[in-house]
Ligand binder design. Structure first.
Ligand code: SF4
Length: 280
């Protein structure tokens, strides 16, 4: 548990640049975890919520692990900023897949949340050929699709949902699609944490999921736990935990999203142990 390697790398790169004396502005939140963001702000790193270079007053900008669009990369270069590019390797793979599919004449369907920064960034590598569809129902899919279709997913989706999405797409549009290219850009760190959470859900009767309320991968873990019939609470801070949640439960599981620092997990575990001791 704790930071995935992509988030760990991003945070380390930014702290290192700051320690070397660079004044750094991150284009958007480094991760969807307010505690991590405030830790970075404490050492002087500026967070520009807009994910653009507009209004940036430092000489260096940091691209977060979620990545940015191709046009934002070009703007950074044109304006002469120093760059710390912490785009995660899985997100980079997704961006390159989108670009190569677009260059080969494919329309790219991205299975993901249209408001998520990673997805917005990937759309920006589709050369105007990207369509974002948020769920397996395919709601929002245009009535007409060109014959060459590429499909990629937000990196933090579950393999099961991605497979279902692709199957539904083929079933619904087999009459229009003559060539389908599916590129699996799912993140290993996320899929293994999902599998571990699913296993843990078989053994416990209460699950506490630790991570930002706006963190997509943390929310997926909470959904997985609930789908396994386990009473589940998602908390960002230890102060959100309520003693009553634990009454009548015997075995408590703790899991955490990829952007959750070890310190948050440790604090939650310590609090649960204290509640268990008090209710024993
Ligand atoms: S969750 Fe996966 S894709 Fe996202 S930053 Fe971590 S390793 Fe990269």
């Amino acid at each position: 548990m704790g930071f995935c390697f992509g988030v760990r790398r991003a945070v380390d790169m930014m702290l290192e640049a700051s320690a070397d004396g660079h004044r750094v502005t991150t284009l958007g939140q480094v991760v969807h975890n307010p505690q991590v963001v405030s830790d970075l702000e404490r050492v002087g790193i500026v967070v520009n919520e807009r994910r653009t270079t507009e209004g940036v007053s430092t000489d260096t900008v940091a691209i977060t692990a979620h990545g940015v669009s191709e046009s934002t990369v070009e703007t950074i270069e044109e304006r002469g900023f120093g760059v710390i590019d912490t785009t995660c390797q899985f997100v980079k793979r997704s961006q390159l897949a989108a670009m190569h599919l677009a260059e080969a004449g494919f329309t790219i369907i991205i299975f993901g949340d249209p408001d998520h920064p990673e997805v917005k960034g990937v759309v920006g590598w589709c050369r105007g050929r990207g369509i974002t569809i948020p769920d397996e129902s395919l709601e929002g899919l245009p009535a007409y699709l060109p014959s060459k279709v590429g499909v990629i997913s937000q990196t933090t989706h579950t393999p099961e949902r991605f497979a279902k999405f692709v199957a539904n797409l083929m079933e619904a549009r087999i009459d229009q699609i003559t060539e389908l290219r599916v590129v699996n850009v799912l993140c290993n760190a996320t899929t293994s944490q999902q599998a571990a959470t699913r296993d843990l859900a078989q053994e416990v009767d209460l699950m506490i999921v630790v991570g930002g309320h706006n963190s997509a991968n943390t929310c997926h873990l909470a959904d997985l736990s609930k789908a396994n019939g386990v009473d589940t609470h998602q908390v960002e801070r230890v102060s959100e935990i309520e003693d009553d949640w634990f009454k009548g439960h015997e075995k408590v599981g703790v899991t955490a999203g990829a952007s959750t620092p070890d310190s948050s997990i440790d604090a939650v575990v310590t609090r649960i142990e204290a509640i268990a001791a008090a209710q024993a």
